[in-house]
Design a protein around this ligand. Structure first.
Ligand SMILES: [Zn+2]
Length: 364
């Protein structure tokens, strides 16, 4: 992958290429934007350019030993840092630690120690840090000196979804490059090209808020996540108290099936993370449905995420006033916080559904 092949991130790519052409590339970057908008792909293409022995047109040449090594994922001066690397720690106690944040042991062993060593194939070394928003303060403080002036002309690129999670001292040492969401049309175009039908593509484009990477994964999961979402919404919109326990169990077991399929696509990711991710999609679908119901009540012609299930949205709008919908959206965000904090994992959906069913009964 070259920088000129990056899909729909022209502004970010131009920023990087212009700086490179002027010999002004920063040595510490933050690539900021939601998951799945191309930050990692761009970072690799940029690494290829920075490491290339004879760059052409502000891109890696694709032919030199460095480019060939990078393309085959064997470049000795390219380092990808992610929180699951804790599993390689020599201390078995530390290996048992759940990879929730990016701990100092990973940063120390895989970044700070390695950045001191001279590059072997290229003139510099590259460190890409995934999920930098999970760097805890201890890790960030340990990194400050490296970010200030990476030794051996190295480059550090932090990939980050939430800039606010980084300390001001970290942010001020890096050049920030923003990666915006992709338009519905662009995502539909890409997904259609890989055989996804347009209706499904449009739904995922809207649900993910313009994240091609996430949308692509959701269309690949088995059983079909799109069929599951349709069934979920049918049940959700007529959810009754008597059905809450069954329905919550169905969500949990379906989420487990999706997680297993997701892990096949992303074997390096922690199963717990993917499990939380799958559950959060259900909460996100509920949020989108309440948001759609609010739009329907207001007679707004704004784009609906669940445009494909107008009957369900109508039912929801009849059961919940816009005010109730707003409160339910709050409850769904609370559910997401519970999932993130691994609180009562088996019960979070029961709790949410009880809230929905309760409000329904009061209203009816
Ligand atoms: Zn090259």
């Amino acid at each position: 992958m070259n920088l000129s092949d990056i899909f729909c991130q022209n502004k970010a790519v131009n920023t990087l290429q212009r700086a490179f052409a002027g010999g002004k590339s920063a040595h510490a970057y933050i690539f900021e934007g939601t998951d799945g908008v191309g930050k990692y792909t761009t970072a690799i293409a940029f690494a290829k350019l920075l490491l290339c022995k004879s760059p052409a047109n502000n891109d890696g040449c694709g032919k030199c030993p460095s480019c060939l090594a990078l393309d085959s994922d064997t470049h000795p001066d390219f380092h990808h840092i992610y929180k699951e690397l804790i599993q390689l720690n020599s201390d078995s106690q530390k290996r048992k630690r759940q990879a929730i944040d990016l701990p100092i042991d990973v940063i120390r062993d895989f970044l700070i120690a390695k950045v001191q060593l001279k590059p072997t194939l290229s003139a510099s070394k590259i460190f890409i840090v995934s999920e930098a928003e999970k760097l805890n303060p201890e890790s960030q403080n340990a990194l400050l000196k490296t970010l200030e002036e990476p030794p051996n002309g190295s480059f550090v690129i932090l990939l980050c979804t939430k800039l606010d999670n980084l300390l001001p001292t970290t942010r001020s040492r890096c050049q920030i490059v923003h990666f915006g969401p992709l338009s519905d049309e662009k995502i539909i175009e890409k997904l259609s090209a890989s055989g996804v039908n347009k209706q499904e593509a449009k739904f995922w484009a809207r649900l993910t808020g313009g994240s091609l990477g996430q949308a692509l994964i959701f269309t690949k999961l088995e059983p079909s996540f799109y069929e599951i979402k349709k069934e979920f919404l049918v049940r959700f919109c007529k959810s009754e108290l008597a059905d809450v326990v069954d329905f919550a169990q169905w969500i949990n077991s379906t989420a487990s099936q999706l997680t297993a399929s997701w892990q096949k696509i992303k074997p390096d990711s922690s199963k717990a993370d993917l499990g939380r991710g799958a559950k959060k999609v259900f909460a996100a679908i509920a949020i989108s449905a309440f948001a759609d119901a609010m739009k329907a009540s207001a007679g707004s012609d704004e784009k609906m995420t669940n445009f494909d299930q107008p009957g369900q949205i109508k039912t929801l709008a009849a059961r919940f006033s816009p005010q109730d919908c707003a409160e339910m959206v709050e409850k769904c965000y609370e559910t997401i916080r519970f999932i993130d904090a691994s609180v009562n994992e088996k019960l979070v959906f029961e709790h949410l559904l009880l809230n929905c069913a309760d409000s329904g009964i009061i209203k009816n």
